[in-house]
Design a protein around this ligand. Structure first.
Ligand SMILES: [Fe+2]
Length: 480
C-alpha cells in the first residue's frame, strides 16, 4: 500500500530547514478521519529525530519570525513526536501513521503497539515515519515534537514565499465568472468521456482538446480563479472534478517549470485523462467510505495499468498524456505503483503529476476523509516531499500556487479574517486580501481589500491560515 510519510526534514543540499510555529494538516494523520488538528505556536530550540539520525538541529532564524507563520490556533502538543518506524517499540502509542488520507491496513489509526509482529506489519505497509503520543506510551526522548516538525516546515514554506508572484493578466474578480463557465463545460466533457470509457467505448481526444485549451487560457489569465473553483467538489462528482483540477494544476506547474506551450497542453490533457482507468474499478471500491481491504486496494491500484491500456488504444493520444496516466502514482523513493520507479527513473511529467494529484486529493472532500485547506496541503506536500516527491518540484509548485492560494482564508494581525483574492507582485507572503470578518467582535464586516505587499494595510500582516469551516465562511462567495 501507499502511505505518506517522510524522513523528517532532512538537511537538503547543505541547507538547514529551520523554523518556528505551526500547523500541518489534520494532525498529519487524521486526514482520513476528517479531524483537523491545528497545533500551535512554540519556539524551536532544535530538531532531530531518532538519536542516531539527526535531521534538523537549528534555531529559527531571525528572518523567520513567529508572525510569518501559520496559523492561529495555539495549543502545543509536546507529547506528540515524530519518529522513524525503525525506532518504534512495543509499548509506544501510535498517534498518527502519517498516511494522509490513504487507506492503511490497521483497524485504528491510534493504538498501543503490542509487539514486534505489529511493527513488522507497519513497516511492510510502507510507512517510514509516524507520530507517537509519549503521554500514552513509551517516549522517544530525542525525537522532535510535531509542533517542531511543523514549525520547521513552515519556515521552509516562508522562504519559498519570499519570491514574487507572476502578476495575473486578469483579476480573480474578472476571471471567476469565465472560470465557472469553463469548469462547467469541462465537467460535462470529462463526464461524457469517462462514461464512454466505462462503457468500453473509444475515448475521443478531439472532444477534450477545446476544453483543455479553455482551461489553459483561464489559468493563464488568472490561475487562482479556476483553481479555487476546482477545490470545491461534492463527493459524488469527485472523480470528474478531480480530473479537471489535475488538468489545470498540471498546466500551472508545467508553465512554472517553463515548458513550452505545446507540452503544457499535452500535460493538461494527461491530467484530464489521468484517472480514466478508474472507470474499470468497481464503484463499491471507488466510493467505499471505510478502509479498503488488501484485495480492494490491489484492485484500486489496477486503475493505472487499465488507464494506460485505454489510452494506448485511443487515437491521437500523445506520449505525454500517456506518461501522466501511467506514472502519477509512482513515488520518488520507489514506493509507488505500478512499477515502483525511483527518482529520475520517473519521467519529469510523471513526477509533476504525482504532486498535483496528491495536492488535489488531500484538499478535496472524499467519502472517507474531509479535505484540508490548501495552505495546509502545501505544507503537507513539503513534509512528504523528501520521500515521495521531487523536493525541487514541490518548491516550484508552492511558488506557482502561492503560500496562501487564492480562495484561502487567512487571519490578519488585527484579528480580522480575510479571503486571499490575488497573489501580489511583491511577495507570496503578502497577497491581496478581502477582509470579511472580525474575530474580536465575532461579526462580519463590510468587506474591503488590502494589498499587503504595498503596505496598504498599515500594520496588517498575515498570521496564518484558517479552516473556513471553523468560521462557517465560504471564501468563494467573496470572489467575483
Ligand atoms: Fe490515480
Amino acid at each position: 500500500m501507499k502511505c505518506y510519510s517522510d524522513p523528517i526534514l532532512p538537511r537538503e543540499k547543505g541547507r538547514l530547514i529551520n523554523g518556528k510555529t505551526n500547523f500541518l494538516g489534520s494532525g498529519s494523520s487524521g486526514l482520513g478521519k476528517g479531524e483537523a488538528d491545528y497545533s500551535g505556536r512554540v519556539p524551536v530550540a532544535g530538531l532531530k529525530i531518532g538519536g542516531a539520525r539527526p535531521l534538523i538541529i537549528a534555531r529559527a532564524p531571525a528572518r523567520c519570525r513567529a508572525t510569518d507563520l501559520s496559523p492561529s490556533a495555539t495549543m502545543p502538543l509536546p507529547a506528540i513526536k515524530k519518529i522513524s518506524v525503525r525506532e518504534l517499540r512495543p509499548g509506544m502509542y501510535v498517534h498518527d501513521l502519517d498516511c494522509g488520507w490513504m487507506v492503511h491496513p490497521f483497524l485504528r489509526s491510534r493504538f498501543l503497539v503490542s509487539g514486534e509482529k505489529q511493527i513488522q506489519r507497519i513497516i511492510q505497509s510502507g510507512i517510514r515515519e509516524l507520530y507517537i503520543d509519549s503521554a500514552r506510551g513509551l517516549d522517544a526522548a530525542d525525537a522532535p515534537t510535531r509542533t517542531e516538525v511543523e514549525s520547521a516546515l513552515e519556515c521552509d514554506v516562508v522562504e519559498a514565499g519570499r519570491s514574487a508572484a507572476t502578476p495575473p493578466r486578469a483579476s480573480v474578480d474578472e476571471e471567476i465568472k469565465r472560470a465557472r463557465s469553463v469548469l462547467a463545460e469541462a465537467n460535462r466533457a470529462i463526464h461524457t468521456l469517462l462514461q464512454d470509457a466505462r462503457l468500453g467505448r473509444r475515448v475521443s481526444v478531439e472532444q477534450t482538446e477545446p476544453v483543455v485549451e479553455k482551461i489553459a487560457e483561464s489559468v493563464l489569465r488568472n490561475r487562482g480563479a479556476l483553481l479555487s473553483l476546482c477545490a470545491i467538489k461534492t463527493k459524488d462528482e469527485y472523480t470528474y472534478l478531480h480530473s479537471v483540477s489535475v488538468c489545470a494544476l498540471m498546466m500551472v506547474l508545467c508553465r512554472a517549470v517553463e515548458m513550452d506551450e505545446k507540452s503544457v497542453r499535452e500535460a493538461g490533457l494527461g491530467g484530464l485523462l489521468h484517472d480514466v482507468g478508474k472507470m474499470t474499478t468497481p464503484d463499491a471500491i471507488l466510493n467505499k467510505p471505510g478502509r479498503l481491504t488488501d484485495e480492494e486496494f490491489a484492485l484500486m491500484r489496477e486503475h493505472v495499468v487499465a488507464g494506460r491500456e485505454i489510452l494506448e488504444s485511443t487515437p491521437g493520444i500523445t506520449p505525454v498524456a500517456l506518461t501522466v496516466a501511467a506514472e502519477h502514482h509512482e513515488r520518488f523513493d520507489g514506493s509507488g505503483y505500478p512499477h515502483g520507479l525511483k527518482a529520475q527513473a520517473i519521467s519529469p511529467m510523471g513526477q509533476l503529476s504525482a504532486i498535483v494529484d496528491v495536492y488535489d486529493a488531500i484538499t478535496s472532500d472524499r467519502v472517507y476523509h474531509k479535505g484540508i485547506p490548501a495552505p495546509a496541503a502545501l505544507r503537507k506536500l513539503l513534509e512528504w516531499s523528501r520521500m515521495h516527491f521531487n523536493p525541487d518540484s514541490v518548491h516550484i509548485f508552492i511558488k506557482a500556487v502561492g503560500i496562501y492560494p487564492t480562495g484561502s482564508l487567512v487571519l490578519l494581525e488585527s484579528g480580522r479574517l480575510a479571503v486571499v483574492v490575488d497573489q501580489s507582485e511583491g511577495s507570496l507572503l503578502e497577497p491581496r486580501v478581502r477582509v470579511v470578518y472580525d474575530t474580536h467582535k465575532a461579526s462580519f464586516v463590510q468587506t474591503y481589500d488590502i494589498d499587503l505587499s504595498r503596505g496598504a494595510g498599515g500594520a496588517e500582516r498575515i498570521l496564518g491560515y484558517e479552516p473556513p469551516g471553523k468560521w462557517s465562511i465560504d471564501p468563494l462567495s467573496y470572489l467575483g
